[in-house]
Design a binder for this molecule. Structure first.
Ligand code: HEM
Length: 451
């Protein structure tokens, strides 16, 4: 008891000293409300944490990796040591060297690869959470739009990184991806000369490498800075609600009562960050990544062309009968534009999903489409799918989704009507879904720190 009091007092004094001498209250991120101490409020911070890990592990990999297709570089002999006749390119050999000769290299490379999967997965979680809870509504429209650009950049990181080990699998998949990317309206022809360079394999690898280690990370870092600056100016989005009058910013006075970022929120996020790194290392140690064979290995069997899981849906789309690369790119562009301009398409003031059945239907359909197509793409890569099968598989998906959303919405409206009917005039109107009964007193401000 005495010890714990002494311990707390000492800790407080030390922290007070650090806080005073660093003036950290001036530069730390703004305080946040108590209710934000839940992982669901910090999904973006988890993505940012995953990004930082990618930067650190990527910088270490750079010490050994050689972005060269030449077979006369330092690790030329690795092709022969595998018992093959065709020499292996340096990019692949240096990856082989990282896995087999660099101390803990396999762990480093595996965590970098699985970290990329985790970052993309967490980004989707962050995106869908924001989508369903309507965080994109005023005043966070620009946060959402910058977030959409971050999503494109993150997927770009995955795409450009896939080629770097220079395996036959990644080479083939990158070529299919390039055919699609270069068909993007307006952007495609502009990107073409930049991506393809002088038209040689080395030109392509160099540019992918450049984009992966420099251009995209710098753009991503700058966008992340803007994203966090916007977050900082608006504060965290309050919980979603059916109240159309909800104010979506905290006043300065309310903010004063919030929990300081340093050290409370930082430690809270740091705890999850440590868990993330621990789990990543655990998975990488148990299931280290296996390097597929290299580009130009004549002795190897030609496998199917397959991208990483987050692009499988797009590859499957091209397998559909009648879907040309142009159509696949057009579908992707429409989805991207929908996401980008969502804050201006969903104009309702209510943020709760139960009040936005149409957008919930679209979101759920998109999510289900993505999952089904990913599994489909993984199970039958490159297998052509006739139109009838496409219609009988995807049609019910959209239909059933629509019916389920409608059913929930109908139950909600009916339940609300019933509650409204049984309510006496003395009960104040809380600002929920339907207009207040005539003569009902006005709503009181809620106690969650928002009005
Ligand atoms: C590399 C990808 C991304 C990173 C690193 C990132 C990071 C962050 C961070 C650190 C926050 C602060 C709150 C939190 O931790 O959740 C945040 C908030 C936000 N993000 Fe992202 N984000 C990314 C992608 C996206 C995407 C794809 C969208 C949507 C299209 C998006 C939309 C938003 C919005 C609207 C907020 C404000 C939410 C609130 O106030 O609760 N972000 N993001």
């Amino acid at each position: 008891m005495v010890f714990s009091r002494w311990y707390n007092r000492t800790l407080n004094r030390i922290w007070g000293f650090v806080e005073d001498r660093t003036s950290m209250r001036r530069w730390a991120l703004r305080p946040q409300p108590e209710f934000s101490f839940k992982p669901s409020y910090w999904t973006g911070a988890f993505v940012a944490n995953a990004f930082f890990y990618q930067v650190i592990s990527g910088a270490l990999l750079l010490l050994y990796y050689q972005p060269s297709t030449a077979t006369h570089a330092t690790f030329t002999s690795c092709g022969q040591s595998l018992g093959t006749t065709s020499p292996a390119p340096a990019a692949w050999c240096s990856t082989y060297y990282i896995i087999h000769s660099v101390p803990m290299g396999s762990l480093l490379l595996s965590t970098h690869l699985y970290g990329a999967y985790a970052m993309i997965f967490l980004m989707f979680v962050h995106f869908f959470r924001g989508y369903y809870l309507g965080v994109y509504k005023a005043p966070r429209e620009f946060s959402w739009m910058v977030g959409t650009l971050l999503m494109v950049m993150t997927l770009g990181m995955g795409f450009t990184g896939y080629l770097l080990p220079y395996t036959q699998l990644s080479y083939n998949a990158t070529n299919v991806g390039l055919v699609l990317a270069l068909r993007l309206p307006t952007v495609g022809p502009l990107l073409g000369p930049f991506i393809l360079g002088d038209g040689t394999s080395q030109g392509l690898l160099s540019r992918m490498f450049d984009a992966h280690v420099l251009l995209i990370p710098v753009a991503l870092g700058a966008l992340l800075y803007a994203h966090i600056a916007l977050f900082e100016s608006h504060g965290i989005a309050p919980p979603s609600t059916s109240d159309p009058t909800q104010r979506r910013r905290f006043t300065d006075r309310e903010a004063k009562e919030h929990v300081p970022f340093m050290p409370h929120i930082l430690f809270y996020i740091g705890k999850w960050a440590l868990l993330y790194v621990g789990v990543l290392f655990g998975i990488a140690a148990l299931w280290p990544w296996q390097l597929p064979t290299y580009v130009g290995n004549l002795a190897a069997q030609q496998g199917v062309t397959e991208p990483d899981w987050y692009f499988l849906w797009l590859f499957k789309l091209v397998d559909f009968q009648g879907v040309t690369p142009v159509i696949a790119v057009a579908v992707t562009t429409v989805v991207l534009l929908f996401v980008l301009f969502l804050p201006f398409l969903d104009r309702s003031k209510r943020t709760h999903p139960r009040d936005r059945p149409f957008f919930v239907w679209i979101g759920t359909s998109l999510l289900a489409f993505f999952i089904v197509m990913t599994v489909w793409g993984g199970e039958t890569p490159g297998v052509q799918i006739p139109t009838v099968q496409v219609a009988t598989t995807l049609g019910p998906l959209f239909l059933v989704n629509g019916l389920v959303v409608l059913l929930f919405h109908w139950r909600y409206v009916r339940g609300y009507r019933r509650r409204l009917a049984s309510r006496t005039a003395a009960v104040p109107y809380t600002g929920a879904y339907l207009p207040p009964p005539a003569g009902a007193p006005a709503a009181r401000p809620e106690a969650t720190g928002r009005d």
